[in-house]
Ligand binder design. Structure first.
Ligand code: APR
Length: 232
């Protein structure tokens, strides 16, 4: 009889893709040093100056298309040989998918998709710049398929269930400053093994029983994955 695989839930943030060349948001030199959240990442910004918003996300899309998965993304794929792995990412890039991970939940949307502003179910694969005048089949302007500040996070409920079901929880490269995503850590069962991979781990009382790997994703994750595969 086949043993049921343990469930591993991985919560990733911008640090996961930093070594693929994608800038984080809140580190020194991060995106929010050069751009104002209020000007490019809110529904009000979109109302006020859609061109500026499109410019910001067009650059993000171009950067993602140039980037490649790093050794951290690849290590999480290897983990699937012995565990049931679900990745919950705050990242809008597709690097987990391109590395080969099979279950990826995007909390904050996907930059390689555009969405109707009239009917949010209308999604389109989008790999070029998005312009004013690019419309959905209903004739309304398309917007990047990303979650802006002050918008609901439709995948939260699913993500909470996945964290609550975890036998092992891994957090990688997130400052845990943005809610509701950061609140996911409280959905994990108390006595399961928890790991955090980050060269500058965030502080939180919740992290008292977490094992820290104070390393970058591309160095720390392969080690953690080897350790977990050897333990099987
Ligand atoms: N490997 C692992 N972690 C790293 C690396 C690396 N190479 N480089 C930086 N980090 C860590 C930082 O120490 C920090 O803890 O990644 C984290 C990045 O934090 P943020 O920039 O705040 O990114 P994130 O937590 O993903 O932001 C959440 O904020 O603006 C929004 O929507 C955006 O999804 C994003 C959300």
């Amino acid at each position: 009889m086949q043993r049921q695989k343990k469930k591993v839930t991985v919560l990733t943030g911008a640090g996961m893709s930093a070594e693929s060349g994608l800038r984080t948001f809140r580190d020194a030199g991060g995106l929010w040093e050069n751009y104002s959240i209020e000007e490019v990442a809110t529904p009000m910004a979109w109302q006020r100056n859609p061109q500026l918003v499109l410019d910001f996300y067009n650059q993000r899309r171009r950067d993602v298309l140039k980037a490649q998965p790093n050794e951290g993304h690849k290590a999480l794929v290897r983990l699937e040989s012995a565990y049931e792995v679900t990745i919950i990412t705050q990242n809008i890039d597709d690097l987990h998918e391109r590395a080969g991970s099979s279950r990826v939940i995007h909390l904050h949307g996907e930059i390689l998709k555009a969405r109707s502003t009239k009917d949010e179910r209308l999604l389109y694969e989008w790999t070029t710049d998005l312009h004013i005048g690019d419309c959905c089949e209903l004739g309304s302007q398309l917007r990047p398929h990303v979650v802006w500040f002050y918008e609901p996070v439709p995948m939260m409920e699913v993500a909470e269930r996945v964290v609550a079901a975890a036998d092992i929880f891994i957090i990688v490269g997130t400052s845990l400053q943005v809610y509701p995503a950061a609140g996911l850590i409280y959905a994990a069962r108390p006595n399961i093994p928890k790991y955090l991979v980050d060269p500058m781990p965030p502080e939180s009382p919740w992290l008292h029983d977490v094992q820290f790997l104070q390393e970058t994703a591309s160095r720390g994750l392969p080690k953690l994955v080897d350790q977990m595969l050897n333990a099987q």
